[in-house]
Write a protein that binds this ligand. Structure first.
Ligand SMILES: [Cu+2]
Length: 201
């Protein structure tokens, strides 16, 4: 083999080694991200660094959140809220859907329409376990009373008497379970305004 050919062969071998080494480095950086940014196990992720750094299991948005209509405005008969009216009798007192499904660590967006009060109770709580004898008056009006049973309660939303009729409260669920969500407005809960959030691993 001539010197020219030997030199060419050596150059080709070096180029091949460089390509293989570069591919290895790219793989390593994609599949072995910095573990220190992953706090998922502790349920205290405060930002989305996990997905951005390419960590093991980006959720692609599947079951990352659910939207629950918390009350709604009826259209039969036709309703005219212009310029700013919220007639109590035109409000439908129901959680839709009544059962929301998300993954642990993700969120439910409660879209509140009307005079409603979001209360969330811990895994396994049944509607008949809520003590409707424990109440508090709204801040800015005497009635309707708001349920104030704090036993197993994990979230109490804003006092509706201090808020606009249409608003959003976003609630995060760190752990798997089946959580009871009720409207804390006493007469609403008594007529069956509640639902559940099922959180899977
Ligand atoms: Cu309500």
């Amino acid at each position: 083999m001539s010197m020219k050919r030997l030199r060419l062969a050596a150059l080709c071998a070096m180029a091949l080694i460089a390509v293989v080494w570069a591919a290895y480095l790219v793989r390593a950086s994609v599949y072995n991200p910095d573990k220190t940014t992953d706090n998922t196990a502790q349920g205290n992720v405060h930002h989305s660094s996990k997905a951005i750094t390419g960590n093991a299991s980006p959720d692609f948005g599947i079951l990352a959140n659910a939207t629950v209509s918390f009350g709604s405005w009826m259209t039969t008969p036709a309703l005219d809220r212009f310029p700013n009216v919220s007639p109590r009798t035109a409000n439908h007192h129901e959680l839709i859907p009544q059962l929301a499904l998300i993954k642990a660590g993700r969120t439910v967006n409660f879209i509140i329409a009307g005079f409603h009060h979001v209360l969330v109770y811990d895994d396994g709580t049944k509607p008949d376990e809520i003590n409707t004898g424990i109440t508090v008056a709204p801040t800015n009006q005497p009635t309707p009373l708001l349920i104030a049973d704090s036993n197993r309660r994990i979230y109490r939303g804003l006092d509706p008497s201090t808020q606009p009729q249409d608003r959003v409260e976003v609630v995060q669920f760190a752990n798997p379970g089946t959580y009871l969500v009720i409207c804390g407005v006493l007469p609403h809960f008594q007529e069956g305004m509640y639902g559940f959030v099922k959180v899977i691993r």
